[in-house]
Design a protein around this ligand. Structure first.
Ligand code: CO8
Length: 258
């Protein structure tokens, strides 16, 4: 499928979606949100895709929502046409693991989109921020909520109130990013990690994702019960039999994905 503002591709079981508005630092326009929603839907419905990578280019993951497009909008414009919430729901409902591969700027809506993914891998030149305060706005796509969950109240207040940027190292030790890699060869590293995840049993990947996401929505006792029931249900899968047999027989598992 051809898009104007993104490039969507599949390499074996790994879907790769890249923002493609380089001259505007991948600013997230209405069209881009529309196309991103379409591409995520298509990949979620494609049984061949097991893991999705969302990325930009070396200079920018995305420098936020498109300010030029937004500047003259009214409250009603924003309220009545809200494809941002639709895209957020599509990402939240995507059952396959989604990795944000961030090189360069991930600001405002760019940082928020990265945080909607399951985890963030960063290149050494990555810069994260919620700079909306400096343009007379505030984070509107989960920034105050997800950033606080990931880095804690103090740093979230600091980031959102000063609008400053956080570099990749700070993002890693603060918990926003899981790993940092050199800029050179960054996407190859991410591809390898995605391929590693894609080589697992697909239903088990999904169950792990559901369990971890459950921990964000519930209290410890309910979360532990949910996890334990998921663990028990694994014993109804063919892949549990195959995985454990393969271990005992000292060979690689051949997943049936069922
Ligand atoms: N929107 C529109 N255009 C942008 C954006 C943006 N967010 N960011 C960069 N651009 C454009 C510039 O205008 C410029 O275009 P042109 O060449 O036509 O003048 C081009 O990209 C290159 O940018 P710069 O010349 O500014 O590049 P620099 O290297 O000097 O600076 C920065 C890079 C620091 C990233 C700078 O561009 C910047 O500060 N950008 C804006 C960052 C920002 O404020 N982001 C937050 C936007 S608001 C938001 O994201 C709210 C999210 C809520 C989501 C809900 C959905 C509706």
């Amino acid at each position: 499928m051809q898009y104007e503002t993104i490039i969507a591709d599949r390499e074996d079981a790994v879907g790769i979606i890249a923002f493609n508005r380089p001259e505007q630092l991948n600013a997230i326009s209405i069209k881009l949100r529309e196309e991103l929603a379409e591409a995520f839907q298509a990949m979620s419905n494609d049984d061949q895709v097991r893991v999705i990578i969302l990325t930009g280019n070396e200079k920018a993951f995305a420098a936020g929502a498109d300010i030029k497009e937004m500047q003259s909008k009214s409250y009603m414009d924003m309220y009545l046409f809200d494809n941002a919430s639709r895209l957020q729901a599509i990402l939240q409902n995507c059952r396959n693991p989604v990795i944000a591969a961030v090189s360069g700027y991930a600001l405002g809506g760019g940082c928020e989109l990265a945080m909607m993914c399951d985890f963030i891998l960063a290149a050494e030149n990555a810069k994260f921020g919620q700079p909306e305060v400096s343009i007379g706005a505030l984070p509107g796509w989960g920034g105050t909520q997800r950033l606080t969950g990931l880095v804690g109240k103090s740093k979230a207040m600091d980031m959102c109130l000063t609008g400053r940027m956080m570099d990749a190292r700070e993002a890693e030790y603060s918990g926003l990013v899981s790993r940092v890699f050199p800029v050179e060869g960054f996407l190859d590293e991410v591809r390898q990690i995605a391929a590693r995840i894609a080589s697992n049993s697909a239903p088990i990947n999904r169950m792990i994702k559901e369990c971890i996401n459950q921990s964000l929505e519930t209290n410890l006792q309910s979360g532990l019960l949910f996890e334990h029931r998921q663990f028990q249900s694994v014993f109804a899968t063919e892949d549990q039999k195959e995985g454990m047999s393969a271990f005992v027989e000292k060979r690689k598992p051949r997943w049936k994905n069922s």
